[in-house]
Design a protein around this ligand. Structure first.
Ligand code: ATP
Length: 349
């Protein structure tokens, strides 16, 4: 959900020509332009070292961009403002909570340093604890909490100061898979109900697809693609994005007489860029059928039963692809099957 700045208390954030070269000469970011709408959840996704955290730290005011780069909040230049003047909340993978303080003291801390009176701080902190559903833990010490509870406290602390944006750097990475998925759903609901501008760093593509209004896929300090989760998933800009987001199959071939010839057979593929010699597609864009029903033929080499569906590995010559099938479909290693591809989901790469 995106809301306009007039209805959201979140800031619209804009980075213009923000590059970053560290003192040791490491070039972490190429000059980068990025606009984040008020109330939007923008996810920065990419492999380790691609510049996600550096981008987040520039937005937070923990890092200055190289000369010439600017950061604006609602059109106001904040490039030279330190973090405490930007009114942003931050949540990290390591909780960075004060272990010797209680939950409520941790959450009220940011209000205390802002000089808010005690009664008011405690009232605001209680409200945020209620929202995060951890009010019963208010008096506990941090070392008496589970990982998931600590991360809720960290979120509550970041939100208590009513920030103009919340910046989250891999907040769920330290948690186990089930808890990660649960908290991801909660964070999604929370960010949407608050309509706060949120920038969320992750290298987990499932998290990015689930949380982002838009996803920025980064590679080596530059933006590889910006788009909605559906755009990035179904129309990846290049082979890097296709490979990084979701499972992608690659079908190599050559073009002759308007047809695309592969090791598995030839298909018609109109409108494709003739210079490209491979097609990418997602497992769910293909359907297994009887061999006589489709021009592409493969041999089943592995079948994984996953409960609601089967993951099936198919080969033809050197081509190896992964597709999905219903749980009841009788598929056995060694079977020869046909494959029907949804033409609208084929991406030339
Ligand atoms: N203070 C620093 N001095 C020198 N190089 C740095 C510094 N901080 C980060 N870098 C380098 O800048 C590049 C980008 O780092 P950054 O932390 O932004 O990547 P990232 O995408 O967040 O990675 P990860 O997912 O591993 O956290 C990396 O090559 C990193 O080693």
């Amino acid at each position: 959900m995106m809301t306009s700045s007039s209805t959201s208390r979140g800031a619209a954030i804009r980075l213009a020509r923000c590059a970053k070269t560290f003192a040791d000469g490491t070039r972490a970011l190429e000059p980068l332009d990025l606009s984040i709408e008020a109330g939007e959840t923008l996810v920065l996704l990419g492999p380790s070292g691609c510049g996600k955290t550096t981008t987040l730290r520039i937005i937070a005011g923990l890092e200055a961009p190289d000369a010439g780069g600017t950061v604006t909040f609602d059109g106001v230049d904040v490039t030279r403002l330190p973090i405490e003047k930007r009114h942003v909340g931050m949540v990290f993978q390591s909780y960075a909570l004060f272990p010797n303080m209680s939950v409520v003291e941790n959450v009220a801390y940011g209000l205390r340093v802002r000089g808010i009176a005690k009664a008011e701080r405690l009232r605001s902190a209680a409200e945020v604890l209620e929202m995060m559903r951890i009010a019963p833990l208010a008096a506990r010490r941090i070392d008496q909490l589970s990982g998931g509870q600590r991360q809720r406290v960290a979120l509550a602390r970041a939100l208590a100061v009513r920030p103009r944006a919340i910046l989250l750097d891999e907040p769920l990475t330290a948690l186990d898979a089930a808890l990660r998925e649960h908290l991801r759903t909660e964070i999604d609901a929370l960010l949407r109900s608050l309509a706060i501008t949120a920038i969320y760093v992750t290298h987990d593509q499932a998290e990015a697809l689930a949380l982002g209004d838009r996803i920025v896929v980064m590679r080596q300090g530059a933006i590889a693609q910006i788009g909605t989760p559906r755009e990035v998933y179904f129309q990846p800009a290049d082979a890097f994005v296709a490979g990084f987001v979701g499972t992608t199959n690659r079908l190599d071939g050559s073009r002759r007489d308007g047809r695309f010839e592969t090791a598995a057979g030839a298909i018609a593929h109109a409108g494709a860029d003739s210079a490209k010699t491979a097609l990418a597609f997602r497992p769910e864009s293909a359907r297994i059928c009887r061999p006589e029903e489709a021009p592409l033929r493969f041999t089943v080499t592995q079948v994984h039963f996953l409960g609601p569906r089967q993951r099936v590995v198919l080969t033809a010559g050197d081509t190896r692809i992964i597709v999905e099938a219903g749980p009841q479909e009788p598929l056995f290693v060694g079977d020869v099957v046909g494959l029907i591809l949804d033409p609208s989901c084929l991406v030339p790469i």
